[in-house]
Design a protein around this ligand. Structure first.
Ligand code: DGP
Length: 114
């Protein structure tokens, strides 16, 4: 999508600190990290949120889950753990309308929300 910031990062039109790429996603370091490790995993399909996925996306969604595991291993997050977050919509304060997941790690995250 031409005016989407994450599509531009995926296409290399906007530079990013990329850490991982496969057929399903591109992962890069968040511009405003909330933890010492804060990686954005952006899907290589422009969908505004998880609400736009349907039955035809099953393989794609599996690919992203595997990518998250690959990134966690690559970045050395397996021993102490990490958190994966998807913000969907207004109340969750989603700011970029392109499906993505946050991987947070690198320290104690305090009280859990859930
Ligand atoms: P969300 O609020 O869940 O939609 O998360 C969007 C995240 O994307 C937010 O943590 C900041 C990050 N972000 C926005 N623009 C850029 C950018 O141009 N480069 C990078 N690396 N991250 C960005």
């Amino acid at each position: 999508m031409s005016d989407c910031i994450f599509c531009k990062i995926i296409d290399g039109e906007i530079p990013s600190n990329k850490v991982y790429e496969d057929d399903y996603c591109v992962a890069f370091r968040d511009i405003a990290p909330q933890m010492p490790v804060h990686i954005v995993v952006a899907a290589k399909k422009h969908k505004s949120s998880v609400l736009e996925f349907d039955e035809s996306d099953k393989e794609f969604l599996g690919g992203i889950q595997i990518a998250i595991a690959n990134i966690a291993k690559q970045e050395g997050l397996t021993e102490n753990g990490f958190r994966v977050i998807n913000n969907c919509g207004k109340d969750a304060k989603q700011s970029v309308p392109h499906i993505h997941y946050h991987i947070l790690a690198g320290g104690d995250m305090g009280e859990k929300i859930v």
